[in-house]
Design a protein around this ligand. Structure first.
Ligand SMILES: [Zn+2]
Length: 68
């Protein structure tokens, strides 16, 4: 279970703040809530599965080719 806003940053255990994540994604996110966007080089909020649209942020790519 992933805390979208980490408990260390005043997040809570309410359902609106929780998301399912695999071990690797949960560990990689750690307590981050923002990151540098690789295309714009600007700091942005991380994807929030409770508020943001998957189709606006992700595309499916067979074989994992990020440039597809
Ligand atoms: Zn994952």
């Amino acid at each position: 279970m992933e805390h979208i806003i980490p408990l260390t940053k005043n997040g809570n255990n309410d359902i609106e703040n929780l998301a399912l994540a695999c071990f690797h994604c949960n560990r990689n996110k750690f307590d981050k809530t923002r990151a540098i966007d690789a295309q714009s080089d600007v700091e942005v909020p991380l994807f929030n599965p409770r508020q943001d649209s998957c189709s606006e942020h992700f595309i499916w790519s067979w074989g994992g080719d990020k440039d597809a």
